[in-house]
Ligand binder design. Structure first.
Ligand code: NAP
Length: 372
């Protein structure tokens, strides 16, 4: 059995990866080794019922014994350790959740339902570095896979509504704390049957702007508000998250599909773990709505086309309905009155599953299948 080293297994993405590997009985197929940057020597988790201790995630000699390393530890860790493994001419496969290596020449961004052929070819060519894509990019491409594969897309404008989980575990917790603090600020008044809504609104606003309001992670209120900027300021009017849309999408498509233009605004909202995106898509061809819906719903087996009506949209096209599942919901598909071949769509997917852990888990399985 292949020796697989896991780094970052107890973080947010890593925990979801462990959960999925347990559900799919992946631990039966591998010999797992668990590494840590902070708890060397402590008892390792027992996902495979194997008794072992946590290994030092900075020990190049221990890491060098692995056939496959899966890192969900973060970009700083990758920056420090990956080159050292290269220096010792390590022959194993490196699978990573961090963005550090995504645009490197030697790395392939993995999203196998769409770029399985590129993965296959890269493997044949001796590629050893496999990196999960940005969450909104992976979720968007899976949602419109049917349109992309039929070469129907000229450009996409993606306006995102991104969950707190994309910023990390501490941010998710802070969102809940903020919600609690807002509620506490008006708890007594809410119970009062003759409440005055403007009073409640004034009190929550006051709380949001108070020094005591918890904003350690986000820097500003998210609960009861939103944050119209994600990741670094590239100082050309774009955020780095927005830049990734075009750059990563086309790296994933390159060699096998025509390139598409992707741009839009990325916004953090107060949801927990599913990202949503409102898409405007310019089609290259004349397609009617039935043809468009057919292409979308046949894109892959996780895409769920939600009929464009109020009842089904509010019930099934939401973070509340999709979170914790592998479904990629897409709906609100209609021709726009703004010009020829322009359509709207709204899509929602769990960013910790297809947006982070699942492409890595599937890449590990592809390698195990190939190498035994
Ligand atoms: P995270 O939750 O912050 O975990 C990273 C590491 O923090 C853990 O492996 C653990 O390492 C350490 N840690 C310290 N205290 C901890 C605690 N109380 N509970 C759990 N872990 C603790 O990081 P993440 O959000 O999973 O992100 C990991 C990487 O994936 C990043 O590069 C990120 O950019 C990328 N990514 C994230 C997402 C996302 O949705 N968050 C999506 C796609 C990609 P030790 O065990 O070594 O101490």
């Amino acid at each position: 059995m292949k020796k697989i080293g896991f780094i970052g297994w107890r973080g947010m993405v890593g925990s979801v990866l462990m959960e999925r590997m347990t559900q799919e009985k992946d631990f039966d197929k591998v010999d797992p080794f668990f590494f840590t940057t902070s708890q060397v020597g402590e008892k390792a988790p027992s996902y495979s019922h194997k008794e072992s201790c946590l290994l030092d995630a900075y020990s190049i000699s221990e890491l060098g014994k692995m056939d496959i390393i899966i890192s969900c530890q973060g970009g700083n860790y990758t920056e420090e350790v990956y080159p050292k493994l290269k220096d010792i001419k390590w022959k194993g496969h490196w699978i990573d959740a961090a963005s550090t290596l995504r645009m490197h020449k030697e790395a392939l961004i993995v999203l196998d339902p769409l770029n399985g052929d590129a993965i296959e070819q890269a493997y044949i060519n001796g590629n050893k570095t496999w990196v999960g894509g940005n969450c909104t990019v992976s979720l968007m491409l899976l949602a419109i896979q049917g349109l992309v594969e039929s070469n129907a897309v000229e450009w996409v404008s993606s306006m995102t509504y991104q969950a707190a989980s994309g910023a990390g575990a501490r941010n998710m917790k802070e969102l809940l704390v903020q919600m609690g603090e807002l509620h506490s600020s008006v708890a007594n008044k809410i119970e009062d049957k003759s409440y005055n809504i403007l009073d409640l609104d004034k009190d929550t606003q006051k709380k949001m702007h108070a020094k005591s309001f918890t904003t350690t992670e986000f820097g500003v209120p998210l609960a009861g508000s939103l944050i119209p900027w994600i990741d670094q300021d590239l100082e050309d009017g774009r955020s780095k998250e927005e830049w990734k849309g075009q750059a990563e999408s086309n790296k994933i498509l390159s060699g096998y599909f025509d390139s598409i233009k992707v741009d839009g605004l990325c916004v953090r909202i107060g949801t927990m773990r599913s990202h949503s995106q409102a898409l405007t898509i310019k089609l290259k061809k004349d397609l009617n709505i039935k043809e468009i819906n057919n292409l979308i719903s046949n894109g892959n087996k996780w895409v769920k086309l939600i009929p464009n009506n109020k009842q089904e949209s509010i019930k099934s096209l939401t973070p509340a309905s999709v979170s914790g599942t592998l479904d990629i919901a897409i709906g609100r598909v209609r021709m726009l009155d703004l010009g020829n071949n322009l359509i709207s769509a709204f899509t929602v997917g769990d960013q910790l599953l297809w947006g982070a852990a699942e492409p890595l888990r599937r890449m590990m399985n592809i390698l195990i299948q190939k190498e035994g």
